[in-house]
Structure formats: structure tokens, C-alpha cells
Design a protein around this ligand. Structure first.
Ligand code: TGC
Ligand code: FAD
Length: 391
């Protein structure tokens, strides 16, 4: 058998084909050259100053709307898209969020539920990164329970829509050229495409975050926002519209969390073999080895789970409940890995010289957004028992 590789102990690499490895390597290289040298600084400053340039470069890489077909999108497989998410989040959850929100939420909503005219108007510019999109579902008073949203769209006699309400915690909001906003109508929840600059619409940035600091997070304010009749996504009414998009983004997070975990594990492994105390490397102590063994075990299990779900998605056999298994497990385990890695690094574990604390802080958001741990436990619980414990 081939030699043991501490970075691929179970040989998962053998389960990928050449094209998948090529996508992974391309994204990994871009992250290493473009983002890794700057990300700790951006995180400390609490901004993503080059977001527009980054979006264009990600567009050139084919990473925006990567798993969508046509309209300038790369038409990649689910596994290729997942591998890209893994590499991006190994750098920072904020960079993966930029890509998730653009491709899996905003673009997917238009691709899946939009009119031909809406697709032509927005998707090519979003795939190239010229236009950034955001996705407004959460409100200040309604997060886990979007069915209770208050944002409202009223149809005027002439056919125009008028939107009023607030959205909260919206990734990319302040830099978005188009916002996909979900609002209650007389018929049920519907999606609306709100171009930046529409009178009555603004997107003030939310500052003072202790997590996802290298990511733009905003409030969306809608005060009498008048939109033409064709601003509504025509092909879906009801919560399954936004929830279908969440399936896509949650799938990306299943992989992304493995990336954050991998970065923490590899940092701890390198540190453990070089840092000496009591006259020998700390990796030689049994207690450190137990941590490394458990971290590696959970990381590889998470990776295999992501790959399994990816293969199911590519085969058209992935159920939303299965995505919940992945999101629940992989984010939770990545947090455990980050925490253990932090201890291996001792005091250095709290320094931005190393990525561990940044990942740990980011994962707090990842645990909450796209459905909290509790929501995914309840989704799985409902699937197992047939009993709905949400309401
Ligand atoms: P429920 O009655 O169960 O369902 C309402 C309708 O939706 C359908 N449905 C789904 N459709 C597609 N995919 C899914 N996963 C679906 N789940 C449900 C369902 O069949 C039904 O359709 P119909 O036609 O019969 O009406 O809805 P509920 O009100 O009981 O809520 C269910 C619950 C709690 C699971 C759901 O609301 C939920 O997932 N809540 C969490 C909210 C959430 O995840 N928000 C995320 C906001 S976006 C974000 O965080 C972006 S972070 C940035 C980044 O990704 O980087
Ligand atoms: P709440 O729903 O108020 O939940 C608070 C706590 O109560 C949680 O622990 C929850 O699990 C628990 N809880 C609630 N209901 C139940 C129940 N029935 N049983 C048991 N426990 C329950 N949203 C968007 O729409 N678009 C975005 O782009 C976006 N980006 C985000 C970026 C960041 C950095 C963050 C932090 C959030 C973002 N969100 C976005 C919002 C995110 O989706 C919500 O925060 C999330 O859905 C949870 O909602 P909430 O914060 O209102 O918490």
C-alpha cells in the first residue's frame, strides 16, 4: 500500500477524479497567493476591503454560481463545488460565505425560480463577479422561523409592487448590486429582485462583529420600495422558494467546515512537531497525540460525509434532511477541532499569527447561520420520528 500521509490518512484523495483534484488545486493556489497573506489583517480590521476585486477574480476562476448551468456559469459538479468551498473556508469562512451567498443563494434563486429575462439580466454579470448579490430572508425578529416574516410586498393597481420591512444579518448586503428579498404577499412568501439604488432601499453595514469579520454583513431597509411587476420571481410561491436555496448553501457549508477544521488540524500538527517543552516536541506527549488522533479522526469522518453527500447530490439523490446531517455534524466537529487545536498552540493559539482562533470565531457564525444546530437537530428529529417539534 502507499505510504501513510498525515494530511490524507485514509486516502480520500483516491476517491477524487483528476478534474476534481484540478479544481481543488486551482482554488487552493488562488487562496494561498491572494487571500492567505492578507486575511488576518482584514479580519483584525473587520473588513473585506478588496471585495469587488476578489469577486471578479473568483468569477474568473469560475467559482461563482459554479454548480449552475448556462448564463456564464461553470456547470461544475456538486463535488467540484464542494471542494472549492472546502479550500475557500480553509482560508476563511468569510471568503466561502461570499461565494456561498453569491452562487448558492442569490444566483441559485434567480436560476431556479427566475424568468428568462431575469436570468439574462443578472446571471452572467453575477457569474463574472461584476455584480455581487445578497439574499435577504432573516429579519430582526424572525430568524429560525422565517414563516413569520413581517416584510411585506403589496401589489398596486397598476401591477407594481411596494415592499416594506427590514432584513437583518445579510451577507454582502452593503456591496450588493442586487438583493434577493423574500417578502410576504397575499398569495404567500415570494422572492423579489431589488437593484441597489432603488429609492427607499438601503443596506447599512453591521459593525462590531466578533466573528466573520472579513465579511460584509448588513441590515436591509425597505421603506416603500416600488418595484415593477416583473421584479418578482415568477416560478415559486411559499417558503419552499427560499428553503430550496438554503439546501444549496448548507451543502457548501458541509464542505466548507471541513476546510476550517483542516486548517486548524494542520496548524496544530505542524506546531506539535516543532514546539518543544520539557526537552522534546509536545507532539511526543501522549495527551497531545490523543488530541491529534481525535482531531484527525473527526476531520476525515467529516470529509467522507461531505464526499458522500456530494456524490448523492451529483446523482440527484440528495435529500434536505441528509444535508442537515452534514451541516450539523461538520460544523460542530470543526468547532471541536478548532478548540483542541487552540490548546495545542498554547498562548500562540490566541494570536492572529496563526489561523486557529480566527476559524474558531468564524465557526460560531457558521454554527448559527443557514439553520442553527437546534434547527438541524429538529429537522433530523422530524425525519426520524415523523413528529414536528418546531411549532
Ligand atoms: P415547513 O412547513 O416545514 O415548510 C414550508 C414549505 O417549505 C418546504 N420545505 C423545503 N423545501 C425545500 N427545501 C427544504 N429544505 C425545505 N424544508 C421545507 C416544505 O415542503 C413546505 O412546502 P409546501 O409547498 O408544502 O408549502 O416550514 P416551517 O415553517 O415549519 O419551517 C421549517 C424550518 C424551521 C426547518 C425552516 O424554516 C428553517 O430551515 N429555518 C431556519 C432558517 C434558516 O436557515 N435561515 C437561513 C437564512 S440564509 C443564511 O443564513 C445565509 S448565511 C451566509 C452563508 O451561507 O454564508
Ligand atoms: P433565533 O432564531 O432567534 O434563535 C435563537 C436561539 O433559539 C437559537 O439557539 C435557536 O436554535 C433557538 N431556537 C429557536 N427556535 C427554536 C425551537 N423551535 N426549538 C429549539 N430552539 C429554538 N440570514 C439571511 O437571510 N441571509 C444572510 O446572508 C445571512 N448571513 C448571515 C451572516 C452572519 C455572519 C450571521 C451571524 C447570520 C446571517 N444570517 C443571514 C442570519 C442567520 O440565518 C440567522 O442568524 C439564523 O437563521 C438564526 O436566526 P436568529 O439569529 O434570529 O436566532
Amino acid at each position: 500500500p502507499p505510504a501513510f500521509d498525515p494530511r490524507d490518512p485514509l486516502g480520500v484523495d483516491d476517491l477524487l477524479d483528476d478534474e476534481e483534484r484540478a479544481v481543488r488545486d486551482t482554488v487552493r493556489r488562488w487562496c494561498a497567493e491572494r487571500v492567505a497573506p492578507r486575511i488576518a489583517d482584514w479580519f483584525e480590521r473587520g473588513e473585506l476591503p478588496e471585495i469587488r476585486e476578489l469577486a471578479r477574480e473568483l468569477g474568473q476562476l469560475g467559482a461563482l454560481g459554479m454548480h449552475l448551468e448556462g448564463y456564464g456559469c461553470a456547470g461544475a459538479s456538486a463535488v467540484q463545488y464542494g471542494l472549492a468551498c472546502l479550500e475557500l473556508e480553509a482560508c476563511d469562512s468569510g471568503i466561502r460565505s461570499l461565494v456561498s451567498v453569491q452562487g448558492s443563494l442569490a444566483m441559485y434563486a434567480i436560476h431556479r425560480w427566475g424568468s428568462e429575462q431575469q436570468k439574462q439580466q443578472w446571471l452572467p454579470a453575477m457569474a463574472s463577479g461584476e455584480v455581487i448579490g445578497c439574499f435577504g430572508l432573516t429579519e430582526p425578529d424572525h430568524g429560525s422561523d422565517p414563516a413569520s416574516m413581517r416584510t411585506r410586498a403589496k401589489r398596486e393597481a397598476g401591477g407594481d409592487w411596494v415592499l416594506d420591512g427590514r432584513k437583518m444579518w445579510i451577507t454582502n448586503g452593503s456591496v450588493a448590486g442586487v438583493a434577493v428579498v423574500w417578502a410576504r404577499t397575499d398569495e404567500g412568501v415570494r422572492g423579489f429582485l431589488v437593484p441597489a439604488g432603488t429609492p427607499g432601499f438601503s443596506a447599512p453595514e453591521i459593525r462590531h462583529k466578533a466573528s466573520l469579520r472579513a465579511s460584509v454583513t448588513s441590515e436591509l431597509v425597505l421603506d416603500g420600495v416600488r418595484l415593477p411587476a416583473d421584479a418578482a420571481l415568477p416560478d415559486v410561491i411559499g417558503l419552499r422558494g427560499p428553503l430550496s436555496c438554503l439546501n444549496q448553501a448548507r451543502y457548501g457549508i458541509v464542505w466548507g467546515a471541513v476546510g476550517a477544521g483542516r486548517s486548524c488540524f494542520e496548524t496544530a500538527l505542524d506546531y506539535a512537531t516543532t514546539r518543544e517543552q520539557f526537552g522534546r516536541p509536545i507532539g511526543g506527549f501522549q495527551l497531545t497525540q490523543a488530541k491529534l488522533a481525535d482531531m484527525s479522526l473527526e476531520l476525515q469522518k467529516a470529509l467522507l460525509l461531505a464526499l458522500h453527500l456530494g456524490r448523492r447530490m451529483d446523482a440527484g439523490r440528495l435529500r434536505p434532511e441528509q444535508v442537515s446531517y452534514g451541516k450539523l455534524n461538520n460544523v460542530r466537529e470543526a468547532m471541536g477541532i478548532a478548540r483542541a487545536a487552540r490548546t495545542v498552540l498554547g498562548a500562540n493559539g490566541i494570536s492572529h499569527e496563526y489561523p486557529v482562533m480566527r476559524h474558531a470565531a468564524n465557526l460560531e457564525s457558521v454554527l448559527t447561520y443557514e439553520g442553527t444546530v437546534e434547527m438541524h437537530q429538529l429537522i433530523v428529529g422530524k425525519a426520524l420520528t415523523g413528529l414536528d417539534a418546531f411549532h
